[in-house]
Design a protein around this ligand. Sequence first.
Ligand SMILES: [Zn+2]
Length: 424
Amino acid sequence: MKHIIILGDGMADLPVERLGGKTLLQYAAKPMMDQLAKEGRCGRLITVPEGFPPGSEVANTAILGYDLNKVYEGRGPLEAASIGYEMADDDLALRCNIINLQDGKIITHNGGNLETEDARLLIDYLNETLAKPINERQGCERVKFITGIQYRHLLVIKGGNKHITCAPPHDHPNEEWRPLLVKPDSRKDDGGRRKDDALTPEETAELLNELILKSQELLPKHPYNQAKAAKGERQANSIWPWSGGYRPSMETLMQQYPDIKSGTVISAVDLIRGIGHYAGLKIVEVEGATGLADTNYEGKAQAAIEALEHDDFVFVHVEASDEAGHDGDLELKLKTIEYLDQRLIKPIYEHILKMNEPVCLAVLPDHLTPVEMRIHVGQPVPFLIWHKGIVADEVQQYDEVSCVSGSYGILKLQEFMHEFMKIQ
Ligand SMILES: [Zn+2]
């Protein structure tokens, strides 16, 4: 049996008064998902472990069957995987935003809509003027900046210690940046994982703060920012590292589930591709996959169909519903659910019917992104599981309310993947 998970990011919601008290999944026209729920089995899943924020990277890691307490290393290592940087065992990888500061405050977390081509110039400049002198002083390649996408980059500290507290810049707009500088967190230890010559939390925090402060002297001198200043536009005038971690010690899905010989992840989102990389999945590029409602649904469906031909496991992640939820756009979020139903799930389902080999299909979101709250909510999400010949339960439709009476009941975290992979 092959397995495919189709994940609509943030698709679940709460009852909305404008929809007569229905949720968006209850209201949207989604005959394909409803048919699969009717023919298959449903349930609900807790996707966010206690003590973790309801982030997509957390929920998707749990859905793929991993114990967050064992494998979660923050966004830095996931970004590293996504942009193709293979981490060494003694690397600390941090997400490194290039942000905009004014009058001692963080104005934006995105450097005033920095484009990737411009960012590449700034990152090269930082490696030359900021990293190089420090590396010469320390006699090793201690600091390395790596270009990512737009304002989202990577900072690698060789021998860096992850027990530090960093402030995610998007959580602190219009706040003074000085109190948000990196702080050591020496209460935790690494369980013998680090080498003797590695930095302590104090040394790591000190180095990162030196990098932040020096970047604020250097970046405004770069021609890109000089031109911005001349036009009175926002400069990309400070780095801001956060969410650092070590290389995740994740077993691949092939190691965890002997029935999976090879697998593929299809997603436009860096973090999800990063999780897929460490899970041992191939990352497939789909032209026109944007992470928004204008994404290439047909292209993603086609990529999934092709992957099903030669892989045992396929994970298709579609971001659009989450973005519409964050925008508080009810109509758009309804559309993203209907697009997912008709333009992605339907062609995949129709192809599965024609395949000689049986395929087990699951549909679920990772968390709620309610349109009226515009943030992630970590409540249980509805899921459906279908394959040819499955014995149906009572559930007639796919939504938050109907799935409460599903025969799977309520599953927790890794239990979903274990149950899903049991179906052979
Ligand atoms: Zn998400």
